[in-house]
Write a protein that binds this ligand. Structure first.
Ligand code: CAA
Ligand code: FAD
Length: 380
């Protein structure tokens, strides 16, 4: 057992930290206020290899391990959780599945530009009537011989307006229920594909979230990803890894808020001393520090499991469940430590508090993580 990061891990962490400080921090408040997508910053993330971190270099990726991904995600999330979710969706939910289950043609055509960051992708599972209850897919993809005819609506799609490639979960054989689900690779230029209006969100406001509407979209047969009927398992397997990414986002949000609160508590004075000298504040800092360390270990353990080809469904769910709670608790206390300053934009912690909440909702709510974890421990 070795708790030390390798030289390579430390280099990646430092590169992500430097990028976040130099490229993401300037303008992060304005992008949040105005819901502006970080186009230039995402381009630079691609150039630095952050958009396809675990993809084989022969397909345009960086060929790194999941631990590197966790470290980079956490550093970026400390500063800009919106940029982090754009990165997480592209890495975990889009590139991973294409690399794992795509044909050579699909990898050449879609994975290469996605992994190199030339374009980015979206993962489309949720629907108005199928969120947590993901098997209840209503979007249909009727087999028409040489194409699927797709009709339906997807909800809450991250990168929905800016993506070039969409992995869309559709019901192709309703009578087979979840065993009749498939995933199709779709592009915005397909006739009948409409992007709905942008959602106005509480947090991660500079990431774009849209519903997508499909009206008789013809999707070529060769765009099916994986074997026939594999779509639901594909989505579950994809989300198992995605949850490690969101756990790392939550870890980063918590760590970013903690760093700011610690610094602030050392300079802000009340009753003749720096507020960190008041035990009530010092104990908050101690609680935050312990919880963040525990979240960090859960994230790294899940990443380690994935890198060792061990099952990471449960460890990923545990990391997400715990880290997202820590993100929420820590950001609330970071606002408290900042007093009135915590309630205004310039001090960043109010944004981090708003950003934290989504980590308990997307890629499976906390209640869903408990279903995954409890089923695993009961059946072990
Ligand atoms: N790996 C492989 N297969 C899996 C699996 C996994 N991790 N989890 C489930 N399956 C398989 C099961 O084995 C089963 O297959 P068989 O019938 O062949 O045995 C099938 O999937 C159905 O499984 P369940 O019976 O367990 O299904 P369920 O209806 O009870 O639902 C659930 C399980 C875990 C609750 C699932 O519906 C779920 O994860 N819901 C949450 C959905 C979610 O996370 N959405 C996120 C959308 S993406 C997103 O949010 C991105 C973003 O914000 C940035
Ligand atoms: P519901 O499923 O209606 O849940 C409502 C409440 O009931 C929750 O508290 C839930 O935990 C609880 N609940 C439901 N079932 C159970 C149960 N069996 N036991 C206990 N409690 C239960 N989806 C995508 O496919 N792609 C994306 O890119 C994407 N990005 C998103 C970005 C944002 C900003 C948001 C808000 C959502 C995004 N989502 C995305 C959707 C997200 O994954 C869903 O919102 C989430 O899975 C919850 O589904 P729901 O909103 O339908 O809530």
């Amino acid at each position: 057992m070795d708790f030390n990061l390798t030289e390579e891990h430390l280099m990646i962490q430092a590169a992500a930290r430097e990028f976040a400080q130099n490229e993401l921090l300037p303008g992060v408040i304005e992008r949040d206020v105005n819901q502006v997508f970080p186009t230039e910053q995402v381009k630079k993330m691609g150039e630095l290899g952050f958009m396809g971190m675990m993809v084989d270099p022969k397909y345009g990726g960086s060929g790194l391990d999941t631990i590197s991904y966790v470290l980079a995600m956490a550093e970026i999330s400390k500063v800009d959780a919106s940029a982090a979710v754009i990165m997480s969706v592209n890495n975990s939910l889009v590139c991973w599945g294409l690399q794992e289950y795509g044909t050579e043609e699909q990898k050449e055509k879609y994975l290469k530009p996605l992994a190199s960051g030339e374009i980015h992708g979206a993962f489309c599972l949720s629907e108005p009537e199928a969120g947590s209850d993901a098997t209840s897919q209503k979007t249909t993809g009727i087999d028409m011989g040489d194409y699927f005819l797709v009709n339906g609506t997807k909800n809450w799609i991250t990168n929905g307006g800016t993506a070039s490639v969409y992995l869309v979960v559709v019901q192709t054989h309703a009578e087979l229920k979840h065993k009749g689900i498939n995933v199709l690779i779709m592009t915005k230029d397909m006739p009948g594909f409409t992007v709905g209006p942008k959602e106005h969100k509480m947090g991660i406001r500079s990431s774009d979230t849209h519903s997508l509407l499909f009206n008789d979209v013809k999707v070529p047969k060769e765009n099916r990803l994986g074997p026939d009927g594999f779509g639901f398992k594909f989505a579950m397997k994809t989300l198992a890894g995605g949850r490690i990414g969101i756990a790392s986002q939550a870890l980063g949000i918590a760590a970013g808020a903690y760093d700011l609160a610690l610094q602030y508590s050392k300079v802000r004075k009340a009753f003749g001393t720096e507020i960190c000298n008041h035990q009530a504040i010092a104990f908050k800092l101690a609680d935050m520090h312990v919880a963040i360390e525990a979240a960090r270990f859960l994230c790294l353990k899940a990443a380690f499991d994935k890198d060792q080809y061990q099952n990471y469904d449960t460890s990923g769910a545990m990391a997400k469940l715990y880290a997202s709670q820590v993100a929420m608790d820590t950001t609330i206390e970071a606002v408290q430590i900042h007093g009135g300053n915590g309630y205004v934009q310039e001090y960043h912690v109010e944004r981090l508090m708003r950003d934290a909440k989504i980590t308990q909702i997307y890629e499976g709510t906390s209640e869903i993580q408990k279903i995954v974890i409890s089923r695993a421990i009961i059946h072990e």
